[in-house]
Design a protein around this ligand. Structure first.
Ligand code: B12
Length: 214
């Protein structure tokens, strides 16, 4: 029964059927499924399959856009259903997708889980210039700056942020965390970021560690 709903979620995303994706998301939540389970076992495998088909030339941009739209709509429903955790911690996190990159589905999931864990979040959205991350962090009084990137060509912007923070003498004022499908711990170490997280749950764990070491 649960397996079936995961398959339906995968299929709705593969077909780029937004109505079906919304219906499956609502039904899953209504039946008491864990929102992140539905995401991790249904919708994310679906969009990953779409990515693979796109990469190997078996699916083209218009279909990718339909699938992405279905994914965005399902994600909005699932994010809204993530329950608030007990034992909340405090901390201000600024987050956004780096300049040149418009992918924000994963970042939005991270934001929803951070909020559910009680952090104060400022989400700058996508295609965010490096200087804006710094300006807004100063105004917001952020403890942590988180950046997302899905394109290998824009990973370098995460490095640019580290460099700009150093140049402006602000590097020690903030902790940084990086994420996104092509990003790895190795990359984080190479550019001097304070942490890397592979998914939203890991992100919560890592920011808690960063805040306790601040
Ligand atoms: C959906 C999608 C799109 C949608 C994006 C819609 C949106 N609102 O985000 C649209 C259609 C707009 C799109 C456009 C393009 N795309 Co696209 N897209 C994808 C796809 C299929 C899925 C991405 C996704 O949403 N994954 C699901 C989420 C949940 O996973 P995630 O983002 O990795 O996030 C998780 C973790 O990484 C982590 N995380 C993410 N960010 C952060 C940040 C922090 C701080 C932390 C702690 C954690 C964290 O937590 C998240 C939750 O678990 C990927 C393929 C893939 N498998 O990644 C291609 C992919 C990223 N796209 C690709 C390409 C090439 C493009 C285009 C250039 C296509 C074109 N010719 O125009 C454009 C780029 C436009 C631009 N300038 O950005 C390539 C990139 C290749 C490369 N080597 O760089 C990919 C890999 C597809 C492929 N296999 O070829 N795309």
């Amino acid at each position: 029964m649960t397996e079936k709903i995961f398959e339906e979620a995968i299929e709705a995303i593969l077909k780029g059927d937004a109505d079906k994706a919304v219906e499956v998301a609502k039904r899953g939540i209504g039946e008491g499924l864990e929102p992140l389970d539905l995401m991790d076992k249904g919708f994310i495998p679906g969009i990953n399959k779409v990515g693979d088909l796109f990469e190997t030339g078996r699916l083209f941009l218009p279909a990718l856009i339909y699938s992405a739209t279905a994914m965005e709509k399902a994600t909005a429903i699932i994010n809204a259903a993530i329950p608030a955790e007990k034992g909340l911690v405090s901390g201000k996190i600024l987050i956004g997708t780096v300049e040149g990159d418009v992918h924000d589905i994963g970042k939005t999931i991270v934001v929803a889980l951070f909020k559910a864990n009680g952090f104060e979040i400022l989400d700058l959205g996508r295609d965010v210039p490096t200087v804006r991350f710094i300006d807004e962090a100063e105004k917001f009084g952020a403890d942590i700056i988180g950046t997302s990137t899905l394109l290998t060509t824009t990973m370098v912007v995460q490095k640019e942020l580290e460099q700009e923070l150093k140049k402006s003498g602000l590097r020690d004022k903030y902790k940084t965390i990086v994420g996104g499908a092509p990003v790895t711990q190795r990359w984080a170490d190479r550019i001097g970021a304070d942490a890397y997280a592979q998914d939203a749950g890991d992100g919560v764990k890592k920011v808690k560690e960063l805040l306790s070491n601040k």
